[in-house]
Design a protein around this ligand. Sequence first.
Ligand code: OOG
Ligand code: NI
Length: 480
Amino acid sequence: MTVSSTSSTQSSNSGFVSPDLIRARFASAMSTLYKTEVPLYGDLLELVADANRVALERAPSLTESLISTGELPRIDAERHGAIRVGTAEELATLRRLFAVMGMYPVGYYDLSTAGVPVHSTAFRPVNETSLQQNPFRVFTSLLRLELIEDSDLRELASETLKRRQIFTPGALALIEQCEQAGGLSAEDAECFVSEALETFRWHQQATVSAELYERLNQQHRLIADVVAFKGPHINHLTPRTLDIDSVQAHMPSRGIKPKAVIEGPPSRKCPILLRQTSFKALQEEVSFVDEEGRLQAGKHTARFGEIEQRGAALTEKGRALYDQLLAQVRDVIGGAPHEGNADEYAEVLASVFAAFPDDYEMLRQQELAWFRYSVTELGLANRDNIEASDTLDGLIQVGYIRFDPLVYEDFLPVSAAGIFQSNLGDDLREEYRARSSQAQFQHALGSSVLNELELYQDAQQNSLQVCAEQLGLAELFVAA
Ligand code: OOG
Ligand code: NI
């Protein structure tokens, strides 16, 4: 896969608008749309903005670190969304649509092991400049129809999906045009944003009868959600908060009832990976259509709200430790957490995770997390006193180089499963025995997915290279 490495907000000489700008426009249009569709989302945005302001006022070092990594300006606009599609063709066309906005598939998530019949990737910007511009990401799942045991129903679902077209002719034409010409003009980009938005809009009218909907729903609620509608409605849009515990605590005062447990690591001094919580999906009025085309009133729950707090991206070693500790927590409490054991879960989580160093210097020395290194003012002032034998650790010790955690830009399969489950009903727990199949997913996608660890490693290495150049050194590296 080729990923464009150039990115700027300005139009280039060719007269094309940068993909980063198209993505920023799209993310903002999507947020406006979702506010009108799900008004509680608007309330949540206000809560998050308040909590973020307080968190920044309370911790000047947090502000400093966010400035150093270039994240501060992006926080207010930061969101992720999620959609679910039904066919390989839909997924492959989405890949092309997202590429227009500089979003590429990163990572593979298998959720079938947690009883959710999908596998997924995240479309997101991949280079640092683009991430700083606007980090909008979309968690995108492909339904695994092969997991429907009833072959008649499987066939019906597949035929229903084949009959729909989730993209407008205008969107398809502009994707094609962008691929051929290498970009879009300002006017075409604007048109693209509004055409693309159509795919993610909620459709009140289903494409199936109430009876077929019920049969699909019986198999799995998620199957009904994907198959029975005209398009892959965006099912949540998640703002990033700097203090998830505060937002969770304040939700009820705004009439929002959060799920019982925050997914991910416990609250820490040095946040790692991703903590998420959501509120229950809304019940919405829909109309089904019978064979004669008559409308039948009904209800469907699909859309919900979610917030997240992002922390340091972990290395392979750090991630292995995280997975091991999380598994240990689940062993102690006997499976996934739920409303009935939320307090016990929080206690066990905190005590088991005491084994995960909660100090950036330790995380760095033990190579558990990725960092962005930068030369300080002091370092620049002493540039001429640097010696070729100076090491990274030495330069950090004398205060010539600082390091800040690279934020985790991706998702967590166990958390994602928890989010799915809480919105589908806690009763759905059975696991699918089907094997995870990244190859099959990539075949449907029409390309491979990028490895997130390589992206973080590159970002860390690039920052070290810049430091070396600024200090007149040939190279700098993390001592093994
Ligand atoms: C996606 C759930 C996963 C997350 O933040 O982990 C997700 C879905 O419900 O379609 O969005
Ligand atoms: Ni989400």
